[in-house]
Design a protein. Structure first.
Length: 98
């Protein structure tokens, strides 16, 4: 499995300062294969949310940050599909697809 360059190092560094929650529009069985590869000790990523936690609307799987129960002024979403965070554009950081 090919992982985006420096992804593990990024997760290791930011997990020291922030609570990491992975919110993917992928199915759990598929996403867990990748997430277990990224975080084999399961100590970096604190929570995992999957496709069944999204809302399908306007041809996109919306990741509703309101459901996280976190202070949205301290929450960001990093995604290669800006449509996925259209409910929370101010919290979104768009990245290039891998």
């Amino acid at each position: 499995m090919e992982i985006r360059p420096y992804c593990r190092e990024f997760l290791q560094n930011v997990s020291q300062y922030y609570e990491l929650v992975i919110f993917t529009s992928a199915e759990k069985f598929y996403a867990d294969i990748i997430l277990n590869e990224l975080d084999p000790e399961q100590d970096l990523i604190k929570h995992r949310l999957y496709k069944d936690h999204t809302k399908y609307k306007n041809d996109a799987y919306l990741k509703d940050l309101d459901n996280l129960g976190r202070d949205l002024s301290k929450t960001i979403i990093v995604d290669d599909q800006p449509a996925n965070f259209q409910q929370h554009v101010a919290n979104g950081i768009e990245i290039a697809p891998w």
